[in-house]
Design a binder for this molecule. Sequence first.
Ligand code: GCB
Length: 614
Amino acid sequence: MSCSRSRTFIVRSTVFAALCLGLLAVVTPASAQHPTLIANTDGRKTISLDGQWQTIIDPYETGYYDYRYQPSANGYFKDAKPRTKSDLIEYDFDTSESLTVPGDWNTQRERLLLYEGTIWYRKSFDYQRKPNTRLFVYFGAANYLADVYLNGEKLGRHEGGFTPFNFDITNLVRDKSNSLIVKVDNKRRRDAVPTLITDWWNYGGLTRQVKLVETPATFVQDYFIQLQKGSRNQVSGWLRLNGDKLSQRVTVRIPEAGIGKSFSTDANGYAEISFNADLTLWSPNNPKLYDVVIEAETDRVQDQIGFRSIESRGTEILLNGRPIFLRGVCIHEEAPFRGGRAYSREDAITLLGWAKELGANFVRLAHYPHNELMIKEADKLGIMIWSEIPVYWTILWESPATLENARNQLSEMITRDKNRAAVIVWSMANETPVGDARLLFLKKLIEHARSLDPGRLISAAMERHYTDEKTQMIDDPLGEYLDVLGCNEYVGWYDGLPEKTDRLEWKMKYQKPLIMSEFGAEAPYGNHGDPLTRWTEEYQENFYQHQVSMLKRISFLRGTCPWILMDFRSPRRPLPGIQDFHNRKGLISDRGEKKKAFYVMQKYYHELELTLPK
Ligand code: GCB
């Protein structure tokens, strides 16, 4: 993404041409999807399209394919109305039910709880066109596959349920009654990312905010402004313009630090930036954010950026040059109290507030990129983040299209969040099986991540195995390519009883820091019994007590992320009266009740806070 300097990619082929080429039926290669994602849309004039959208449920994709299973020229994207009393049109957005955006569809209507398929969304809006102004439509996320149309014309397709995308609609938008239509399809596919099985709910829909973004004709489309790797006073990065006037003087200002440096963009609108700066560094104790202004001749955009360095050396993780221990917790993007996908600032504040109460300075946002508000709140609160893409379990390692899709999701995640100090780890994968094809696949992702962002730590949540009955070994060949190793282990839950941890010794093939990226046990809040009775809070508490004693014995351990902060919905968890289709490994219930285990981790974190550098 950072190297791509081409103009915004807009698919505006006529439906006729598309039909001739068979384009509508073909998935656009992910790499060609969105080379020009706009960074920091919050720093721009936007018009929200959130609220009620008219929707049509379309399990057979009747609005897309004709009866020969060919893309239809007159699909629902035409938003047609009968013109005469004799006209035959078998759909009507106006009289169909509506859904709220942002929001998953599953939790908005009872009969959609298990729905996996297509729903068409339509928003009508007016827009006053302005001279020298471009207009984009920006989607925070659509799970999973989105086909987007404006006024009957296709803008393009986006694949991947957790990252943003945008389209230039300057030449298509009109003053009155624009019809913006999105076909969202959340059918699971073997070749998709994630693939057929996950331990979380496949919430479909326009799950994050949708907005119109106004920019000048030539605008600052993206920029990377961070401390250079290994430095605490050298800012380096790049910026990129999009438009017709690509050669400009652009000034980067950090007023509070008295900085104003100018750079010239090349014929592609690209400039590298580099300057010295005496800055107060961002850290959990002092999450300092600076106003940063990027001023081109034709545009001005403002951001809030924190500056900090993050490195690994031997088995240490160094924040601003000092060793830290990551007191973490895993979080799913599940809404506290109401259930469903989390999307709001309030959701973020609640979840991160609980993490703070636990004593955490770090969160692992599992298993896909979470919404941007979460990252921005963490930036303000001083909570460090592990962010990951949904390369989970059993991806099709040999498929070039699957790799391209994963790469694209990685690009979009990094593009969106690369200026957020809170993010310190990009994770490539979760519990993927050791093997040659998988290693090749993940090495390509690592290479790609490093090319987009040379600064952050690269990790992956891996597995361990027994070399004898008391030795746990981490020697996954992937470890060689990572900066920090993640390991998920459930000794005491899927593997024996809690006491089993007492006799285990941990070994790792690599001289690198280890984060125990998952460990946990299930208990619905309020279910009581003795410490060896499954599903009780006492068992979960016992599990954590034994885990903590074991974790304390691992000399190369530099972080812990219990699984998980809050209970979440999962189709893999049917046990009646206990799970009821929820994974109950939360330290807190989905109603906000803290379980006994919460206090075990809290105590451990408070001890760590007193004894280890923050
Ligand atoms: C794991 C997975 C996570 C599951 C968890 C569990 O290893 O990474 O997605 O939810 O175990 O509860 O089994």
